[in-house]
Design a protein around this ligand. Structure first.
Ligand code: SF4
Length: 414
């Protein structure tokens, strides 16, 4: 079946792409089965250049992972640490106090493999203040589902960041964390109430994590106890209803099949159709996340190859005709492959990041300092033949002078 499909011409799909027609599930599966990576890339670039020309976006941001304690044990996850009774280390990974009293994380090479940890609100606010002082426009905050922290911790976190760094956009909490907050709030709150309270405290938008693969078989095998697709879409639909923009992801390269990836994309496309037609906001960006097996319960799997990475990024651009941006997140696909992907349908590489505790391509051991300088990001983009443009979280162009910056006056996301 796959052998005969791989030899099939993509001519009819090319005609649809050139005419701006929507691709079907069968088209998407045929693209995955094709060995013609050059033609898939060429078609994805037609769509990419139609929407964004030669522009490739990046942002100056800071990731903060506030805790790795989690009540769940998703098999693909190498980040979580179980909470044991009696555990109370406030931040055992060791924030350091500098001579000026500022807190900082240990530098590259200094930190052992992460133990369990959690940050206080004050520590998070200090990290945000430092990020803003270094010129960041965004903090991207996600963490495990902590069994003890109350909902007020998350509200206080947003308020403290706003007070410490009022210009920073807070993009925080996956759909799974939002559902967790509905369960721990007292009295229990609905998804809408949780989102409205977080927005009132300063939350600007939601990242796209927690989607994994929208398929019951994959869900039951790899992350049985995690909220399924209905919960994920409920959170994002509600966010869109109240005017909050969000992103969407897909974790690929583990136990899912190519046709399940296409189904996942089509479910997102249908949701986006609804949001664009009936809600106040929608998805800004789709981020395919390349599974990194090391340190997870699925560590025996090989993980996706470079060709699977490139195909997935390009096919995402072709299938998701109504989501404006496709991101090659350099942490997940590697900086080298993300650079190549700028000519395989992608228009965004994410940002400077600085710290990323969730996963690490070269393995889980060692420091989680993972930083890309603005100069390197721009050089990678230019070498790919694209034009680097700094954006904020909502894809507004950023005009920068050192650590000082302004966004263009248009408030509408691109
Ligand atoms: S993926 Fe998220 S919810 Fe699942 S175990 Fe890891 S931190 Fe917890």
């Amino acid at each position: 079946m796959i052998a005969s499909l791989s030899a099939t011409s993509l001519e009819d799909i090319a005609e649809k792409v050139e005419a701006g027609e929507r691709l079907t599930h069968a088209d998407g599966v045929r693209l995955y089965c094709s060995r013609d990576i050059h033609e898939i890339g060429r078609l994805a670039n037609i769509v990419r250049e139609r929407q964004h020309g030669d522009i490739a976006y990046y942002n100056v941001n800071r990731h903060i992972n506030y805790t790795n304690y989690c009540v769940l044990r998703c098999k693909f996850c190498s980040f979580y640490r179980p909470y044991e009774k009696g555990d109370a280390p406030p931040h055992p990974r060791g924030l350091e106090v500098g001579h000026d009293g500022a807190l900082s994380l240990p530098m590259a090479g200094d930190a052992p493999k992460l133990n369990s940890y959690e940050y206080t609100v004050e520590e998070i606010a200090e990290l945000a203040r430092q990020a803003a002082a270094a010129g960041a426009t965004e903090v991207h905050i996600v963490g495990g589902l902590h069994p003890k922290l109350p909902f007020s911790y998350y509200l206080d976190m947003c308020r403290a960041i706003c007070a410490a760094a009022p210009k920073l956009h807070i993009k925080a909490f996956t759909a799974i964390e939002i559902i967790h907050f509905t369960r721990i709030s007292r009295p229990r709150l609905s998804i809408r109430e949780v989102l409205e309270r977080l927005r009132d405290a300063g939350l600007g938008s939601l990242p796209g994590g927690g989607a994994e693969i929208f398929d019951d078989r994959v869900h039951d095998e790899a992350y049985r106890n995690k909220v399924g697709e209905q919960g994920w879409f409920d959170v994002h639909g509600t966010a869109h209803e109240i005017g909050m923009y969000t992103n969407a992801t897909m974790l690929y390269g583990h136990i899912e099949r190519p046709e399940e990836r296409i189904t996942h994309m089509i479910k997102l496309r249908e949701h986006q159709d609804e949001s664009l037609a009936t809600r106040k906001a929608a998805f800004n960006c789709f981020i395919p996340l390349s599974f990194i097996p090391e340190g997870s319960e699925l560590g025996e799997l090989p993980g996706p190859t470079g060709l699977t990475d490139l195909k997935t990024l390009a096919i995402s651009r072709l299938m998701l005709d109504n989501i404006p941006h496709i991101k090659a997140f350099w942490i997940m696909q590697s900086a080298k492959l993300a650079q190549v992907a700028l000519n395989f349908g992608c228009d965004d590489m994410d940002g400077t990041v600085v710290w990323y505790d969730i996963t690490k391509r070269e393995g889980g051991a060692g420091s989680t300092h993972q930083e890309m300088t603005i100069e390197r990001m721009q050089a990678l983009i230019r070498e790919a033949g694209r034009v680097p443009v700094e954006r904020d979280t909502l894809y507004r162009r950023v005009f920068r002078q050192g650590a000082d910056w302004q966004v263009e006056s248009s408030a509408a996301p691109r």
